[in-house]
Design a protein. Structure first.
Length: 172
């Protein structure tokens, strides 16, 4: 494994649907420690996030940028951000579960998708990883469906466990 990509809402930060207020950003438990573990190991990290609130007119691009800036302020810098602002019906190839953001992030990091791990909290994150040829680790939350847990390649109890599992993955 040469790079790790994280879903944002429900994985790195508490999911507040269509959050347009940077002051409301709250890290998930253990997020900073997990990310610092990767930084100390020299592993490139990125964020891949669907943000359809922009397409729906519920959040502006400026507000989105402020929220993402706050994420970095609280959790530290990321090597790459991939954000899809399209709605579900737009047919966007980057919107998870499509593989576009995973492929783009891998390309920008100079890493083959097969050497990336995607960590997320719902099935769409795992489907995007699979579609891109990456590995997936699911960290379930209250919104994760039982079928998504059963379908996941790997499930971890929390972010730190997911990061340790990702570090142990060997590329194909």
């Amino acid at each position: 494994m040469r790079a790790i990509l994280f879903d944002r809402d429900g994985t790195l930060i508490v999911d507040l649907p269509y959050n347009n207020d940077a002051k409301r950003v709250l890290p998930m438990p253990g997020a900073r420690a997990a990310l610092d573990r990767l930084r100390a190991a020299g592993v490139p990290i990125g964020v891949i996030t669907n943000q359809s609130g922009v397409a729906r007119g519920l959040i502006t691009l400026r507000e989105l940028s402020e929220v993402n800036d706050r994420v970095e302020e609280l959790l530290g810098p990321f090597d790459v951000w991939e954000v899809c602002v399209h709605g579900e019906d737009d047919g966007c190839p980057c919107r998870k579960p499509a593989p576009g953001m995973v492929l783009s992030a891998a390309r920008r990091l100079g890493v083959p998708p097969a050497e990336c791990v995607v960590i997320g909290d719902i099935g769409r994150d795992m489907e995007a990883a699979r579609a891109a040829g990456a590995r997936g680790i699911l960290v379930p939350t209250a919104v994760t469906k039982i079928g998504e847990i059963r379908a996941a390649e790997r499930v971890a109890a929390d972010l730190l466990e997911a990061v340790e599992a990702a570090l142990a993955f060997q590329p194909p």
